[in-house]
Design a protein. Sequence first.
Length: 85
Amino acid sequence: MTETCKRLIKNCLICWNYIYLSQCLLDANDKKEKRFLIWRKKETSVVSWEHFQLQGKFDLSDRILIDSKNSDLNKMFDPSIVDTD
């Protein structure tokens, strides 16, 4: 059971990192910034978790769980977001 919980947490962190980086790509203002973000996504690991606070008190109420990044998952699947030509 413990290993299953660890795997679930790791997968959630990876998913969050991908969503965050994809939203940054959508928000990029110019092609240079997009190229950098694409390179960063390719060359680094989305498995990193140092930027997550894993201990402490967690508020999972509906009020708090509203998407604070206003991520548009539908736009993230559009291949044109990586067009840097």
